[in-house]
Design a protein around this ligand. Sequence first.
Ligand SMILES: [Fe+2]
Ligand SMILES: [Fe+2]
Length: 267
Amino acid sequence: MSLFELQWRGGATAKRLHQRRTGIDDLPWGTLATADYDPKHQLEARAIWSNGVFTEYASAAAFSALTTAMLECGAPVDLVAACADIVVDEMFHVELSSRLTMELGGALPIEFDLANVSPAPSTHRPLMKAAELALVTSCVSESLSVPAMARSRVLATEPLCRAVLDRLLVDEGPHSRLGFWFLDWAAAELTDAERAELAATAVTTIEAYASLWQDAPCESCPLPLGLGGHDDIGKQDLRNAVQQMIARPLARYGIELDAQRVAQLVA
Ligand SMILES: [Fe+2]
Ligand SMILES: [Fe+2]
């Protein structure tokens, strides 16, 4: 196991990124009133944002795998281009989140072998492989990340945290749409068995996130709300998203999630 660490090259590659993702220097860097926060809250904020950096990095790997899978099944050119462009969004999010983490006092160590950062290889035919990645990465994961981030944005009081969350949120909407755009094109070609398998995969993926809204409220946990934390309303937003942003739209493509299981998960 190794420590998750980022490298930055600078020069022509940094310039190219910032020509395509503009405005980073306009954010209110250097304004965090960290001295006003209880050290426990500050530590929790560093943990939340360190994890956020890793999540953005893992999203880049997932959309990168999806881009390759889409190329292998001959998906529409503009759709593949949008997916590849989302990889760049996610790397820009890595930059934004890691700069914020540094201003909070630095990252907390995360042990992770980057050799395992990409989704597990699949034995499915190319179309199904892409459908599975689109469903897990976009239709489920990104559809949950939008309300989580939106709630953090509502609670955030620090101008820098608000500005970073605003910038992330602008991009996350389309990230959660891309999977459905893929299904617009691919769903009619999927077999009933493949749709049933995708439905089961969606439920398993939702299960993997369920602790986000099922965790019992912790009276003593430091909640760095002003710095990008969460609350019980955020948990309810996630439960609603499972039904409204995931289960219902997937059913329109014949991907019918086990209603009873989903109801149990969001109960
Ligand atoms: Fe992101
Ligand atoms: Fe994203």
